[in-house]
Design a protein around this ligand. Structure first.
Ligand code: G6Q
Length: 548
């Protein structure tokens, strides 16, 4: 198949951007009173208002036409049918099976995977009950108080983000910590105040070979053994989440205490699997199931809703509109919810590792933009930092605003102030402020004419800056599950449109290989391998510094 940007559907959009880019978004609203009502969708407890975008009815239909050209519906069908759509790794992509609450059979190589999924869920439920009830005891016979998840990338970011997002559902009786960085500081600082006799480690690694995780796991075991002085303590204080029973066993963890998952679960899509064990421990198994149910609701919406009314599809197409036709290079995710503060970092991996690709599924280099840089911080903090550039800078930065109607921590008018800022920002970004408006405002405030003239250009806001507003009643396990699944599917939609494989990560694999030789050199204190002059000089300086 030819590259998507060679198709008539793409060319039509290119031309259309030329017509739309100069339109003021405020005029779109003025000329079409029903716009806000029409450009909204609901699914999985989430309400999306996407009317503050630079799109017309024609844009929508041209984008949908592009989706049809890329056979998006066919790809959604293939995803849910368990086909091997991760073609470079020859794997199915079935995070949707992990939260398939209908238990509808999903076949991989002719075998229904649902019994496997349910069996691991049952084991998680029993284990969580033992730990949370205090029946699971450490080497001195005490219940567990601290859980330390050791994992990195997909084996860290998802559960860490969800545990933070569901902070309102946790308790101080069982605290969950995450160690990912191979920088010893991470482990040392995390363990500083913990009691080995009351600490349980989860070693979370799909492959059980990742350098950072295995290094941290070994050091954690040393820390435990220094206190317990008994190798038998490992069985009481270490459990593993992995696809490799052999390597888990070689590490010294009893495979009775191992929770499995499968190669058809990608790391960055794995929080729904046993990788979510810290979530279930932190908030309880039932709430973990609610998280799965929320994601399932979004899956069902995505699987069965026509493209025009399909929330992940609509968001994916709008993102592509700005990236490929409007020249946007980044996408801001701005949660107006302190509990969602790690969502941007989580989505950074989800999106950038999935769609940061330069060749099509068939290996042909693309000459169009693929995945954007994803970034963001919670509001209102971001407003006092980088919002200036979104309002008045020279780049187009599409942004998603995410908020809840009710807070878990209602206190005075905090939540009203928080959300007033959410709404004000999206309104200001859309409307902007004309020079005439700026002048009129200053005149009303009594600013002398000369000064007003000087300031008018600075106080002008171009407006027409696109935002999506996502609102939920409250941030619950259910709405969070739906929100994460929404973004997962948005990533998939864009990957399909760009013709790339969103589910491999050869860039990460390279990183996993590269450091090995240099590590040997640093250990030996001698540079012997072939390096460029800059790297060689850096290594020599480092070795000199260490031996001084
Ligand atoms: C995710 C990536 C990557 C992976 C980590 C950890 O999709 O593949 O982030 O999750 O490299 O890998 P392990 O779980 O195998 O330790």
């Amino acid at each position: 198949m030819s590259l998507i940007n060679q198709t008539p559907a793409w060319k039509a959009l290119e031309q259309h951007w030329g017509q739309v880019k100069g339109i003021a978004m405020r005029d779109l609203f003025a000329s079409d009173p029903g716009r806000a009502q029409r450009l909204r969708l609901s699914a999985g407890g989430l309400d999306l208002d996407y009317s503050k975008n630079l799109i017309t009815e024609q844009t929508r239909s041209l984008l949908l036409n592009l989706a049809e050209t890329a056979d998006l519906s066919g790809w959604i069908g293939r995803l849910f049918a368990g086909e091997s759509i991760n073609n470079t790794e020859q794997r199915a992509v079935l995070h949707i099976a992990l939260r398939n609450r209908s238990n509808r059979p999903i076949l991989v190589d002719g075998r229904d995977v649902m019994p496997l999924v349910n069996e691991v869920l049952d084991r998680m439920e029993s284990f969580v009950a033992l730990v949370r009830s205090g029946e699971w005891r450490g080497f001195q016979g005490q219940p567990i108080r601290d859980i330390v998840n050791i994992g990195i990338g997909g084996s860290n970011l998802g559960p860490k983000m969800v545990c933070t997002a569901l902070g309102a559902y946790g308790s101080d009786e069982l605290r969950v910590h995450f160690v990912s960085n191979v920088d010893g500081t991470h482990l040392v600082e995390t363990l500083r105040d913990l009691d080995p006799a009351r600490t349980l480690f989860i070693v979370a690694s799909k492959t059980f070979t990742t350098q950072e995780t295995m290094t941290n796991a070994n050091s954690a075991r040393d820390w435990l053994l220094a206190a317990s002085r008994d190798p038998a303590a490992v069985a009481k204080h270490f459990v593993a989440v992995s696809t490799s029973a052999e390597r888990v066993s070689a590490f010294g963890i009893d495979t009775q205490n191992m929770f499995g998952f499968w190669d058809w679960v990608g790391g960055r899509y794995s929080l729904w699997s046993a990788i979510g064990l810290p979530i279930a421990l932190a908030v309880g198994y039932d709430r973990f199931v609610e998280l799965l149910e929320g994601a399932f609701a979004m899956d069902e919406h995505f699987r069965t809703t026509p493209l025009a009314e399909n929330m992940p599809v609509v968001l994916g197409l709008i993102g592509l509109w700005y990236a490929n036709f409007g020249g946007a290079r980044t996408h801001a995710v701005l949660p107006y919810d302190q509990y969602l503060r790690l969502l941007p970092a989580y989505l950074q991996q989800g999106d950038m590792e999935s769609n940061g690709k330069g060749v099509t599924r068939g290996g042909v280099a693309v000459d169009y933009t693929t995945g954007p840089v994803v970034w963001g911080e919670p509001g209102t903090d971001g407003q006092h930092a980088f919002f200036q550039l979104i309002h008045q800078g020279t780049q187009l930065i599409p942004a998603d605003f995410i908020g809840a109607i009710r807070s878990h921590n209602e206190m005075g008018d905090h939540h009203l102030k928080l959300m007033a800022n959410f709404f004000a920002q999206t309104e200001a970004l859309m409307r902007g402020r004309t020079t005439e408006e700026a002048l009129a405002e200053m005149s009303e405030a009594g600013v002398p004419e000369e000064r007003a003239q000087l300031l008018a250009r600075h106080r002008t806001f171009p407006g027409s800056r696109p935002t999506n507003s996502i609102l939920m009643e409250r941030l619950t396990p259910y709405t969070l599950g739906a929100l994460i699944a929404l973004y997962e599917h948005r990533i998939f939609v864009q990957g399909v449109l760009w013709g790339i494989n969103s589910f491999d990560q050869w860039g990460v694999e390279l990183g996993k290989q590269l450091a090995g030789v240099i590590l040997d050199e640093l250990r030996e204190g001698r540079v012997w391998a072939d390096h460029d002059p800059s790297t060689r000089a850096l290594l020599e300086a480092f070795i000199r510094g260490r031996s001084a």
